[in-house]
Write a protein that binds this ligand. Sequence first.
Ligand code: SAH
Length: 411
Amino acid sequence: MNPPPTNSPPPPPARLRLRVTATAETIVRGGHPWLFADSVREQNRPGITGEVAVLYDRKDAFLALGLYDAESPIRVRLLHAGKPQTVDREWWRARLVAALTRRAGVFGPGTTGYRCVNGESDGWPGLVLDRYGDTLVLKLYSGVWLPRLGEVVELITAELPAGRLVLRLSRNLQECARREFQRTDGEVLLGTPPVGPVIFLENGLFLESDVLQGQKTGFFLDQRDNRRRVEGFAAGRTVLNAFSFSGGFSLYAARGRARAVTDLDLSAHALAAGARNFALNQNLPAVAACPRTAVQAEAFAWLGAAATPRYDLVILDPPSLAKREAERGGAVAAYERLVGLGMRRLAPGGMLVAASCSAHVNTAEFYAAVRRAVAASGRRSVERFTAAHAVDHPAGFPEAEYLKSIGLDCS
Ligand code: SAH
């Protein structure tokens, strides 16, 4: 036998094929976008993070395909289930265009900050793309995108013209990104680095986003609709915005003719951003007329302190209180305690708005905790609204439904 020629390229590796458990088969057919490692019965070879894996059912027929992640318990991020499908540039392009089309015409010129691609629920598992004016922020939550970054950036620039594109990486990816792909969190992929925070518009208000270092992609776009609701309830009221971050709720309340607003946050950095956001909107008479106070304190302790005054509208929007499933019970109890403390700070006839962004605490559990705490205060209440995700944050599967909020008028 002749030896193979030494200068020929190695043959491409065989397509990565996985056989999955019967339970996973049902879940995948039902459209769930995650295949966990313990659902893989066998595979033809070790997979490489980011490559396309093809899933086969019990009869060895095509089931689905997705992006393989060797490092994560979510072993495959599903892209497509049903009939066999070629995943090429055109397929990705169509997928991006579909996400953009979903938002077309939703926001007028008064809103230049919104989510363009919302991960799994838009068919881009573990990938988020937010726009803040002329700046796009691409945030990766899964390593499957690291080897594909060039391809993704090329598509984004072709379909979504912008002056700047910033890369953000979830904490668990940062080390691998630096070591294996020479990528860093906050890296500017296109355009010039911003000088300070990026200013954008939301419902006609100027707001800033710290796109290079801020939480998420620099701002909490997901609360837009709730900020708007609060604006409608604020007239003539004193407002406490607990866990205020950059003061978005307070700014809307001020435009809604609140008597005064108080931002409460642990972070001096967040409160300083709140002050700047107020300063940016002094052209609006209602904002200019509304006194703003900033309190830097731990919210549970401050709300529980006897000297804390009462407010006519209390907003409680803490960070996720359950980062893991194991923390779920503790988080439900913490929400209940927080609402109990908030009720003590609520003036007679006041309104309480409570939100949860914990994916591990489901909607029913959260509302039940809030209702228990309100009932325990001995005050009568009428529910004014419950709300989930804004239109640009579609939630296509249960784990994506992290945000829920409730507003109650209290006696
Ligand atoms: N409501 C905000 C988003 C809140 S993010 C908005 O609409 O934009 C959560 C905020 O809670 C962060 O700014 C964080 O600094 C703050 N925070 C976290 N733990 C806190 C605590 N124990 N007490 C007070 N603030 C806290």
